[in-house]
Design a protein around this ligand. Structure first.
Ligand SMILES: Nc1nc2c(ncn2[C@@H]2O[C@H](COP(=O)(O)OP(=O)(O)OP(=O)(O)O)[C@@H](O)[C@H]2O)c(=O)[nH]1
Length: 664
């Protein structure tokens, strides 16, 4: 509750105090050192902005870098990160206990519904801690991170602003694939890692076994492990002391030139683009002019503050602090994640940015009703304002009309995007089979990246001289009894085993190189189902490998449906063609004419099905009579149908497209 106490100081007395200090120190400003330069700089900052409101009166001078800890919570999905974050926010009085909205930092509707974290959120907390028997104020920045593989990009950028991480592990489930991935992300970023064994209230909890796993896999000392239950509150009192004592304060030069790392951005209806930043060196004040290293653009700082956990104005951000900045940016596209922001007209060395997000999955998005294109366009524009990790280009399909080709970080990311489009913007969409970015080389030596199978000419096989597909390095952790089925699944999916060992007597650890195409569709579900839900899986993108790829066309009555084309490995083309054709047969209704469904590679048909026409009984009025008359009527009917076949267009229900997504 330190913040409330401090907020109760009137702005007047604070300014007066700062002004005094500023005057006393002004003459000796050339000899600034330690935290006193902070006070002086801050005094100048506040004095130059006399119209700040009471909320801005948080006394940041109490928080030089040595009183700041920036940390993240990382874990496998569902091990309790967001719940633990909630408890810490409650413990520090940042939010009220039992505020009726669990997982406070999970703000998106999809996050609450699916119980997953998609976007990393930040919250600043104030905490008094006894150092040498004196309660000292600390400012703690907690950065929540997503747990799902698709969003590991968000994890690595959150870690860039931290000096330490709580590695949360479920006391019953133990180390899982994402625990391994997240541990290495934190370890490679040189962060102090505090192991937290959570959910110790569960009847199946076995903290000693988990301690052994953490020691054998990551060399984390059993005595360093904290035991907690974010549900019952047990052991939580040890978390913040460990954060303060074990994690180092942020480095950086308080009196140096301003350098800020742009961590994230989103669009707010009222304020415009809001950037989350970490101040690495120097100080930022409202009214400053700042430039972005990547884009070269200059902006006025209109508002600045931190997340407590809602946006709280402070008018200033100091070295080591994490907060938000509002400038006049019109779109989040201007805010390049990982960019360095600095005072205009100063020369600074840009901070190392992040690895750019790589689009793993592409799919076409079309309005279910062609006339809704404008509405879909508007919805996508608005949504990508807040999710700059989606790439969007316009696309036109003969079957589905005008639409968009979107690139996503993974299948869940794609699903979440679709769900948000429907929930938040009320759009109805048809999405095409997801594909991955392939590389094709043509006989003239040119290489192209193909993100849309329709863009690859059907008879291209003669001209294509080589093709490559992206691969991933997958980590799979499973109970030992499931090793056999998992090896079979991975080899069916053209995987190559790279590592196979045991974490302890019960769990096996495997590393595979797998073609990305083989995991984007249904791999995770299949893996979960053959291991009764016990498998955990994570992947990181890896190099391209050469593969014999072909384009598989779907033809309805001889006409290729561009939106249904896929690129597949030649060994799987036949089987996949059969599956697609069978699926379509089930979901396309019978029509007044016969429908022939074919799967073809170039001119070679690999699978075929026929949906017979609904038959009108032309003989209904023909009681008894001559057989030749009946034959004549039936012949006439056949002729008519032939014509309908030629002019008729097949109605493909939306469900058919959805079903195609599930064929691997
Ligand atoms: N029994 C028990 N359940 C817990 C505990 N902590 C969290 N949970 C439950 O575990 C589930 C997952 O918790 P979250 O906090 O959403 O997990 P997360 O790691 O943030 O999940 P993602 O955001 O999807 O990565 C929820 O149903 C929580 O109520 C605990 O200490 N004990």
């Amino acid at each position: 509750m330190g913040s409330l106490h401090r907020a109760s100081k009137t702005l007047k007395s604070l300014r007066h105090q700062l002004l005094l200090q500023a005057t006393q120190q002004f003459d000796s400003s050339s000899r600034l050192s330690g935290s006193s330069d902070y006070r002086l700089l801050l005094a100048r900052a506040l004095c130059s902005h006399p119209r700040q409101n009471a909320k801005e009166a948080v006394d940041l001078t109490q928080y030089p870098p040595e009183r700041i800890r920036n940390f993240s919570i990382i874990a496998h999905v569902d091990h309790g990160k967001s719940t633990l974050a909630d408890r810490l926010l409650e413990l520090t009085g940042t939010i009220k206990r039992g505020h009726g909205q669990p997982q406070y930092l999970d703000k998106l509707q999809v996050e609450r519904e699916r119980g997953i974290t998609v976007k990393a959120q930040t919250a600043t907390m104030f905490h008094k801690y006894n150092l040498q028997d004196e309660p000292q104020p600390f400012l703690l920045n907690l950065i929540d991170t997503p747990g799902h593989v698709d969003f590991s990009y968000e994890v690595s950028r959150s870690l860039a602003a931290c000096q330490g991480a709580l590695l949360v592990v479920d006391a019953a489930q133990g180390v899982q694939a994402q625990t391994v991935a997240n541990f290495y992300l934190a370890f490679e970023s040189n962060l102090t890692i505090i192991p937290v064994i959570n959910k110790i209230d569960q009847p199946t909890a076995d903290p000693d076994r988990i301690k052994d796993q953490l020691k054998s896999m990551f060399d984390l000392e059993p005595s360093d492990c904290l035991l907690t239950s974010a549900k019952t509150g047990q052991g939580l009192e040890h978390v913040l002391p460990a954060v303060i004592e074990r994690i180092p304060p942020p480095p950086g030069e308080g009196s140096g030139l301003l350098r800020m790392l742009l961590l994230d951005s989103y669009y707010d209806e009222y304020k415009g683009v809001i950037c989350h930043v970490a101040v690495v060196d120097g100080m930022l004040r409202k009214g400053d002019k700042i430039s972005a290293a990547a884009t070269g653009q200059t902006y006025d700082v209109l508002d600045v503050g931190f997340m407590h956990p809602e946006l709280t104005q402070t008018g200033v951000l100091l070295t080591g602090q994490v907060g938000y900045v509002v400038t006049g940016m019109r779109s989040t596209k201007e805010a390049r994640i990982g960019d360095t922001l600095f005072h205009a007209k100063t020369i600074v060395k840009p901070l190392p940015g992040f690895k750019a997000a790589r689009h793993m999955v592409f799919s076409g998005l079309f309005p279910a009703d062609g006339s809704d294109f404008e509405a879909l366009n508007h919805a996508i524009e608005r949504l990508t304002c807040n999710d700059a990790s989606v790439s969007v280009t316009k696309e036109s399909s003969t079957a589905l009309g005008l639409g968009f080709r979107c690139g996503f970080l993974g299948l869940l990311h794609m699903d979440v995007f679709h769900q948000r489009l429907e929930q938040e913007y009320g759009t109805h969409i048809i999405s095409t089979v997801p594909t991955v970015p392939y590389i094709f080389e043509y006989s003239d030596g040119s290489k192209v990246e193909v993100q849309n199978p329709a863009a690859l000419p059907s008879n291209s096989k003669q001209r294509v001289t080589a093709s490559w597909e992206p691969t991933v390095l997958a980590t799979i952790i499973i109970p030992s009894e499931y090793v056999g089925p998992v090896i079979t699944l991975c080899s069916e999916r053209r995987g190559q085993q790279l590592e196979y060992s045991f974490i302890d007597s019960q769990r096996a650890f495997m590393k595979y190189r797998l073609p990305l195409r083989e995991i984007v569709v249904d791999f995770y579900n299949e893996l979960k189902s053959i291991t009764s839900g016990y498998a955990s899986f994570d992947y990181e993108d890896s190099e391209y490998q050469q593969a014999d790829l072909v384009k598989l066309d779907i033809l309805l009555n001889g006409q290729a449906v561009d939106a249904m084309a896929t690129i597949v490995h030649s060994l799987k083309a036949q089987r996949m063609g059969r599956e697609l054709v069978d699926k379509l047969k089930k979901f396309i209704d019978r029509q007044m004419f016969e429908i022939i469904i074919q799967a073809a590679i170039g001119s070679k048909v690999v699978a075929r099905e026929t949906i017979s026409a609904m038959r009108k009984n032309v003989l209904a009025k023909c009681y008894g009579g001559d057989i030749t008359r009946k034959r004549k009527l039936l012949e006439k009917q056949k002729e008519g149908k032939k014509r309908m076949k030629r002019v008729g267009s097949v109605d493909i229900p939306q469900e058919a497209f959805h079903q195609l997504l599930k064929v691997s």
